[in-house]
Design a protein around this ligand. Structure first.
Ligand code: KG4
Ligand code: ZN
Length: 339
């Protein structure tokens, strides 16, 4: 039997993306039209502008993904599309395109949870894929969830953020040190020049065993920047020190709680998912924390950590082989949860 070919479509935020994945493992194409430059001047994503841009990009991006994969629409086995969580207007663009294609070609339509897509990106690897059972840390712009997984789609929530998501904290800290949107990658770059022990900041812990809280840390960064700037604009070194100290506070807490969860569940595999999983300091902190306990760490390559459609096709693959199909009245669910 040949491996199923899944066309993935993603439009939950500011990336219009389409991809073709074979057998849930092999990325045949991964096209991403980013709108970052468009939203930069507003300091964040403007939903109405994003929807309009998705509308212009969606069909050319799908066409490009099929061409780059060297397959025709007829050869595709199923169409997987993000139906939440995300911005309602942008979700509807990808969803409508997917529904129209599924209807016109009589192919199965599969609605995919965007967060399940981020997790599935870990399995898009040539080498040995992660082994279940495992603990997964989902760290994106809207989520920070610690979960226990026994199989694809089989998950138990262990902990989550009680306020801001990790990515959101990076974006807000970026603003406090005078960086633009999206903040995460820029904070990481600036932090390379700073001393992570220079600024004493609160940790992002809570009393809850596996829960996180980032709002106190975010406020501490802002207050430190405001106080320091009373004596004049922050020097480049001060900004870098603040970025590095913030990044260390976030990554050390994430690593510490993940280790605690992995040990409690007795797993030897941890995976990272979501945009913040692209962060080198987080990967390092995780590796250094988990390796002494014999726990393997997996994470997708950076391009598959941030929003893309290969991850949606991968998650769609596992649903496809499990016989899951969506009806043509599949709707966008902006606040769709992980479970
Ligand atoms: O998963 P994602 O692309 O979109 C959502 O589903 O939310 O995550 C976006 C988030 C943003 O907050 C962005 O600043 C953060 O991921 N991010 C990073 C890095 N790359 C993206 N945060 C820290 N370091 C990075 N290298
Ligand atoms: Zn995402």
């Amino acid at each position: 039997m040949t491996e199923p070919l899944i066309l993935g479509i993603e439009s939950s935020c500011d990336e219009t993306a389409a991809a073709v994945v074979a057998g849930g493992r092999k990325v045949l194409s991964n096209i991403i039209a980013s709108q970052i430059d468009l939203h930069k001047k507003y300091g964040g994503v403007v939903p109405e502008i994003a929807s309009r841009k998705h509308l212009e990009a969606v069909l050319p991006v799908i066409r490009e993904a099929l061409e780059a994969a060297g397959v025709t629409l007829e050869q595709i086995d199923a169409i997987a599309v993000t139906h939440g969580p995300g911005l309602v207007g942008t979700l509807l663009v990808g969803l409508s395109a997917a529904k129209a294609l599924a209807y016109a070609t009589d192919k199965p339509l599969i609605g995919v949870n965007h967060l399940h897509g981020h997790i599935a990106a870990n399995f898009l690897v040539d080498e040995e894929p992660p082994q279940f059972p495992l603990v997964c840390l989902v760290v994106s712009g809207g989520h920070t969830d610690l979960i226990y997984m026994t199989g694809h789609g089989q998950m138990e929530l262990l902990g989550r953020t009680r306020d801001d998501a990790a990515g959101e904290a990076f974006d807000k800290a970026a603003r406090s040190v005078g960086l633009g949107y999206p903040g995460g990658p820029q904070v990481e770059k600036l932090a390379l020049l700073g001393n992570p022990d220079a600024v004493p900041l609160p940790h992002a812990r809570t009393e809850g065993l596996y829960d996180f809280s980032f709002s106190g840390l975010k406020t501490a960064v802002l207050q430190y920047a405001q106080k320091a700037s009373k004596a004049g604009p922050l020097s480049d070194q001060q900004r870098a020190d603040l970025a590095a100290s913030f990044q260390q506070a976030v990554t050390s807490t994430l690593a510490e709680k993940t280790l605690k969860a992995a040990k409690a569940k007795g797993v030897t595999q941890v995976i990272l998912a979501g945009g913040v999983a692209a962060n080198g300091a987080l990967r390092r902190a995780m590796r250094e924390t988990l390796a002494p306990h014999g726990i393997r760490l997996g994470y997708p390559p950076p391009i598959l950590c941030t929003d893309n459609a290969a991850m949606i096709a991968a998650a769609g693959h596992y649903l496809y082989v499990a016989g899951v199909r969506s009806a043509l009245d599949l709707n966008a669910v902006p606040s769709l949860g992980l479970l």
